[in-house]
Design a protein around this ligand. Sequence first.
Ligand SMILES: [Zn+2]
Length: 339
Amino acid sequence: MNNWLNNFIRPKIRSLVGTQKDVPENLWDKCPSCDNMVFNRELADNNYVCHHCDYHMTISAEDRLALMFDGGKYTRHKNKSVPADPLKFKDRKKYVDRLKETRAKTAEDDAIIIASGKIGGNPVVVALFNFKFMGGSMGAAVGEGIVTGAEIAVKTKSAFITVPASGGARMQEGAISLMQMPRTIIAVNRVKKARLPYLVLLTNPTTGGVSASFAMVGDVHIAEPGATIGFAGKRVIQETIREELPEDFQTAEYLLEHGMVDMVVPRSELNAVIGQTLSLLMQTKLSDNPKGKKSKDNKKSDSSKGAITVASVSAGGEKMSAADAVNQDSAAASVKKTA
Ligand SMILES: [Zn+2]
């Protein structure tokens, strides 16, 4: 970064506080959307959403789990192990070496995390992608994670939520990675057969083989504002069909307008909105005061009595409250039941 903050303010702070070591290097961040400078600690307090333009930045897997579950409390589950590198694949590096390096860097086994806890008081199993692990790419281990998560959900009569953040299939596993597509579909169908809700929280980015399988067959699709969701990239499609595509093509908002997504929900309202959706689908008592991790969010839901009015989502260009959206979903669900 080369700007007045680095060139002028930071040396000034250093000269005031003494040694260079005392000033952390990454005190400020630049918003990739509006280019404003944001103070790192404030950014963390605001769930990594820009104060200036509401841009939803990348959030770590741990932080996301903490903000999704009630009180930030959840239990992690071990994934079953899968054969590593069955194809003995090598590109610029050997796949086994790439795996070893990424495992050391991320302290995770693969790109999927299975966790269980409560959301809005409802029992939930979450299978969440860790984008930091090889771009959240889906290989055998990720497929296994979705299967394991679905199995735990059925066994414990919990709702199942997948949270994709993925570039698609893991090319180092070739056809084996593609086999995870039907496999994960079968896994989430088991959850549906057990009459348990299956929700998808689409985060930035959800693309390729992930968007072409379990991520598009949820009972309810929730997306984060501005998230890129699509199969092939915009440029590839444009070159194939030789047509200009709209500016907001493959964004969460575009998909909401065109019926692929049911709700676009800001990060700070995820716990409340998912909690209420699940309460309606699972017919449990609506939680009066769903508690997120951050005190700020708690205050918000306290003041809004049951948080049913907290979220507002836009549908077809018109503002609609999340409560309306949830009611519509539950109406749709009951129609399905009676049909
Ligand atoms: Zn911004």
